[in-house]
Design a protein around this ligand. Structure first.
Ligand SMILES: Cc1cc2nc3c(=O)[nH]c(=O)nc-3n(C[C@H](O)[C@H](O)[C@H](O)COP(=O)(O)OP(=O)(O)OC[C@H]3O[C@@H](n4cnc5c(N)ncnc54)[C@H](O)[C@@H]3O)c2cc1C
Length: 410
């Protein structure tokens, strides 16, 4: 978004490729709408992906509870499941069409350049030694272990979701169902993410119980998976060694301040969200869209003030905090109960109420305060606003007319 406005952008990525298995693969409708506004959605969706539009919450089996994204008012009423490596390779190659964009792979940012309390750039290490990039603004989007966050001296407020995740794979069979699945039972919770030729499986365990699970051995793990997801019993034998299993310590945290003069942190660097909500990618992308919208003019003018950076945080902080609060409730009420072998786990029936059941697809698909590309979206938004205000006016007039008729009768 910045490069297409002619602003010089250098993107430094510490890895030599974008292969990051340790991430979700979800491209939410809000992200697809942004891609559409940038004129990229059709090309993006030509790349191999699967579409997820129906979510049956884990443990809702038999209750008939389904969340349907088809009802969302959008060109993209689904979550596109695409490996992040493919998505990131796509957007960076599109960005490289702009002469003002430069991508440096294998560039590990290790130091901030500071002058008079102002961040003026970074120093990074690559295979050929140290380099320096001086910049009007440094944007730290370097994830949950953000080095920039540490260098800036920011200490996040951490919360500890009641779980850790074992991350493993099992093969896919042609007649398997598609999309995202969950299986709960017997104090266990498993999430299955469809990938091209395999299932990425998140085996959720109680916080800090990894050593017990590991000590019980791989055979016990295989049995547990087969018992919780009997349709996978035919392939648990593929799991032979702990080397095939990664342990992911689940953390959530947030910064109270996302910026310093010359530096802005976004995405996981500013707020690590619990994976239970499946929305970290969406919020990271929406942060970036909001930042580009709000900072294009200051960057073009050659001066980005602290007030400009504060505006980005003000716009994006509350949506992340509200969604995290909702996810926390879900974790505490549902996941804790699901992970308790003695606990009885039932899905709250009110989630099946007609109006209530529309809310989870909306929150999962768009999150709170989805962002749009400013110029392109403005016309559409204005039309939508005119439509909405027009409708509100008609309703008000109609209500006024009804009240007048009623008053006449009394
Ligand atoms: C197991 C798991 C499953 C998840 N599932 C989902 C899901 O289904 N849906 C969802 O929406 N979210 C999910 N998430 C969360 C989601 O992956 C993150 O919220 C999202 O990737 C955050 O994006 P980001 O750009 O802020 O950071 P990241 O995606 O972490 O990107 C940071 C980038 O910075 C690079 N980097 C790091 N340090 C440096 C440095 N010093 N110099 C240069 N580059 C550096 C990294 O190599 C990386 O490419 C999941 C997370 C986990 C761990």
């Amino acid at each position: 978004m910045l490069a297409r406005k002619g602003i010089d952008v250098t993107l430094l990525e510490s890895h030599l490729d974008f292969d990051r298995d340790f991430r979700g693969d979800t491209l939410h409708p809000s992200i697809l709408e942004v891609m559409d506004e940038l004129g990229l959605a059709d090309r993006l969706l030509q790349l191999p992906h699967t579409k997820l539009s129906l979510v049956a919450p884990p443990a809702a089996a038999g209750s008939g509870l389904r969340f349907d994204l088809h009802d969302l008012k959008t060109r993209f009423p689904y979550v596109a499941m695409m490996p992040q490596t493919r998505f990131l390779a796509f957007i960076t190659s599109e960005a490289q069409r702009f002469p003002s964009f430069r991508l440096v792979m294998g560039a590990r940012v290790e130091e901030l350049l500071e002058e008079d309390g102002q961040v003026r750039g970074v120093r990074y290490r690559a295979h050929d030694g140290w380099h320096e990039v001086r910049a009007l603004l440094v944007v730290g989007t370097n994830g949950r272990f953000s080095r920039l966050r540490k260098l800036a001296g920011f200490e996040p407020i951490a919360s500890s979701p009641p779980m850790d995740v074992l991350w493993l794979r099992l093969s896919r069979k042609p007649d398997d169902p598609h999309g995202l699945m969950g299986r709960f039972g017997g104090g266990r919770a498993l999430i299955f993410l469809e990938r091209e030729d395999h299932w990425q499986i998140g085996y959720i365990i109680g916080k800090g119980t990894y050593h017990e699970v590991h000590a019980a051995g791989v055979e016990t793990l295989r049995q547990a998976i087969a018992e919780t997801a009997p349709d996978f019993a035919d392939r648990v034998a593929e799991l032979k060694d702990w080397k095939q299993v990664s342990m992911l310590s689940v953390e959530a945290n947030r910064l109270t301040r996302w910026y310093r003069p010359g530096l802005l942190l976004l995405g996981d660097a500013a707020h690590v969200m619990s994976p239970a909500g499946g929305n970290g990618i969406n919020y990271a992308v929406m942060d970036a869209v909001a930042a580009a919208n709000l900072l294009t003019a200051p960057l073009q003018a050659g001066q980005v003030t602290v007030a400009d950076l504060a505006r980005v945080q003000r716009r994006r902080e509350w949506p992340t905090r509200v969604i995290e609060a909702l996810v926390n409730v879900m974790q505490d009420r549902l996941l804790k109960a699901a992970l308790d072998p003695k606990g009885s786990f039932t899905f709250p029936s009110f989630l099946g109420w007609p109006l209530v059941r529309k809310l989870p697809p909306l929150l999962f698909g768009f999150g709170i305060l989805p962002e749009h590309v400013k110029d392109e979206a403005r016309r559409g938004q204005t039309q939508a606003l005119v439509g909405r205000w027009g409708a509100a006016l008609v309703v008000t007039l109609a209500a006024g007319w009804v009240i007048r008729q009623l008053l006449r009768k009394f």
